[in-house]
Design a protein around this ligand. Structure first.
Ligand SMILES: CN(C(=O)[C@H](Cc1cnc[nH]1)NC(=O)OCc1ccccc1)[C@@H](Cc1ccccc1)C(=O)N[C@@H](Cc1ccc(O)cc1)C(=O)NO
Ligand SMILES: [Zn+2]
Length: 321
């Protein structure tokens, strides 16, 4: 069997395990600012392939705690980096998957997250103030995993997301920004967590999402853009939440994702022939899981975490199978 007809699970597991070992090559140092996010990406990909034990649990929890920024009350993406809401979400996602939330001071983290909400209702990523609907999703996802959604000003949060809805049914990074599949994912997933999917024009948005599929089977993030494996997840997750997964040709998309695998060293790239990375490896197997690829563990599309973990916390929605 060649690589573009089956998922090379053992190779992808070996690739993810090797990431922490090659500390000498340049890529390792160039990606220090994403390290904690990359651990969430690697761990979640392993969970989907049912190989969670491939990485050492205590060593991982130790690294997460080494990224704690005690002054801010949040996590940075690397030891001694400033706290950021993206890294804080990754830290919480890792600890929830490893059943180790008892290691953190939950009220302190909740205070950090809530401190980032702006008067407009949008969230900033950190104290430097860059705002983006991505960060609103991080806040809603993290507070939900911590069981503290009751402390969020839901109306203000929803009002800002509503103001980012475009005529094509999609959402942008901020008011007036064009629709982009990544931003559609974060806005639809945040509204799903808040039980406010009534804010979405389901038919219009599902049509815009289905329009992302190109003749080669891959999905792009915006009209006229190139196909990219990670957009498979952003688009499929939003369609899954809208219960319109059937609007995508899943056989052609699965073949596209499988063709982006590196058949020698493992890993998945953004498109066939490019360099693999752990980000596209996660979102490739995540998309295959949503498409029902045989032997993969069910993924919750809203949290991008194993469905069993979300189920155990009582966070699955009534409309989810
Ligand atoms: C910072 N970043 C990006 O900008 C990527 C770059 C890219 C990958 N393929 C095409 N471009 N873009 C990206 O993640 O866009 C998807 C997205 C945009 C906005 C909101 C949500 C998703 C990637 C890292 C990366 C950089 C360069 C190459 C590969 C991965 C990244 O960290 N993305 C974030 C996007 C994101 C952020 C927050 C979330 O809650 C969910 C997703 C992430 O996945 N965090 O866990
Ligand atoms: Zn990509």
């Amino acid at each position: 069997m060649t690589s573009d007809s089956e998922l090379l699970v053992p190779l992808h597991v070996a690739y993810i395990k090797s990431l922490g070992e090659n500390k000498d090559d340049l890529v390792y140092h160039m990606t220090a600012h994403l390290r904690l996010n990359a651990i969430y990406w690697g761990l979640t990909a392993l969970c989907i392939m049912n190989q969670k034990e491939a990485l050492d649990r205590e060593e991982m929890i130790g690294f997460v705690m080494s990224c704690w920024d005690d002054e801010a009350g949040g996590f940075g993406a690397h030891p001694d980096h400033d706290a950021h809401i993206l890294a804080t979400l990754s830290a919480i996602q890792i600890l929830v998957i490893q059943d180790a939330l008892d290691r953190i001071d939950i009220p302190r983290v909740v205070k950090f997250i809530l401190s980032l909400q702006q008067p407009s209702g949008v969230f900033a990523g950190d104290s430097f103030g860059e705002v983006d609907t991505r960060f609103s999703y991080c806040a809603v996802n993290a507070l939900s995993l911590l069981g503290k959604l009751s402390e969020l000003d839901v109306e203000k949060t929803v009002a800002y997301i509503r103001s980012c809805k475009n005529f094509d049914g999609g959402f942008g990074a901020c008011i007036g920004a064009e629709s982009h599949a990544g931003q559609v994912f974060v806005c639809v997933a945040a509204l799903a967590i808040l039980d406010r999917l009534d804010e979405v024009d389901h038919e219009t948005l599902a049509w815009w999402l289905a329009e992302r599929q190109l003749p080669n089977g891959g999905l792009n993030g915006r009209p006229e853009k190139l196909e990219d494996v990670c957009y498979s997840f952003w688009v499929l997750s939003a369609l899954s939440i809208l219960q319109k997964l059937s609007w995508i040709d899943s056989d052609k998309l699965s073949s596209f994702i499988l063709s982006a695998q590196d058949p020698d060293s493992g890993g998945i790239a953004d498109r066939p022939g490019d360099m693999v990375d752990v980000f596209h490896t996660l979102f490739g197997v995540a998309a295959l899981s949503l498409l029902g690829y045989p032997g993969l563990v069910d993924l919750d599309p809203v949290y991008c975490m194993p469905a069993s973990v979300i189920e155990a916390k009582g966070l699955r929605k009534s409309w989810q199978a």
